[in-house]
Design a protein around this ligand. Structure first.
Ligand SMILES: C[S@@+](CC[C@H](N)C(=O)[O-])C[C@H]1O[C@@H](n2cnc3c(N)ncnc32)[C@H](O)[C@@H]1O
Length: 193
């Protein structure tokens, strides 16, 4: 294997931003055994008119199903890698999903107004985020009162944070615990503003 490819592969298995060159591994259907889009949707408790922000969408493994559940609302997909958003756009336009927008993150803040979203969710992302506190503050600002921040993690993610680490981070920033699904290795934890 060439050195460049070896370095990229190393980034899949060690801490840090997941390389877009390996985005195809995030679309392998066997992932459904751990967390399928349907299972995630049951945990998100969505309504048809919800405004939803997905942070770190990658190539959009969960996004199409979420967008379909909110036909009168909107899903905004965000990622820090433009290439990931391109892949997601391709995947979702093939599925003819139109209630969707895309936003390239700067790693610090978001250009959306206060109280805009009913739900903000992320799957196997938080451990990769450099400015976690800043992000959580932004999530709090952008969620409407009573809105939900949902964080999912699953086995195989080298950046995995424990439930306790996530709670510590999020409680320090005014969120209240709402629900916990799954096990300590594969879970979704929801907090409410
Ligand atoms: C392991 S992938 C998971 C992608 C998708 N959530 C999934 O489960 O298929 C993590 C994603 O988070 C993105 N990411 C990392 N740091 C980020 C940040 N600070 N802001 C937004 N996205 C970020 C990466 O670019 C990558 O697409």
């Amino acid at each position: 294997m060439k050195k460049k490819n070896r370095d990229i592969f190393k980034r899949v298995t060690t801490k840090g931003i997941f390389p877009y060159q390996f985005a195809f591994t995030l679309l392998i259907p066997a992932r459904n055994i751990i967390l399928s889009p349907r299972k995630l949707i049951r945990r998100l408790d969505l309504r048809k008119n919800y405004n939803v922000l997905e942070v770190g969408s990658g190539p959009g493994y969960f996004s199409a199903e979420v967008a379909r559940i909110i036909p009168n609302g909107k899903l905004i997909l965000t990622d820090i890698q433009e290439e990931m958003l391109k892949l997601a756009r391709k995947r979702l336009s093939r599925r003819k999903i139109t209630n969707i927008e895309y936003h390239l993150c700067n790693g610090l803040d978001f250009p959306f107004e206060d109280n805009k979203f009913d739900l903000i969710y992320m799957v196997t992302v938080l451990g990769e985020v450099e400015n976690q506190e800043q992000y959580i503050k932004e999530f709090f600002r952008m969620l409407r009162p009573g809105g939900v921040l949902s964080i999912s993690k699953h086995a195989g993610d080298p950046d995995k944070m424990s439930i306790e680490e996530i709670k510590k981070l999020v409680y320090g920033l005014e969120f209240k615990f709402d629900k916990l699904y799954g096990t300590k290795n594969n879970f979704t934890i929801n907090f409410r503003k």
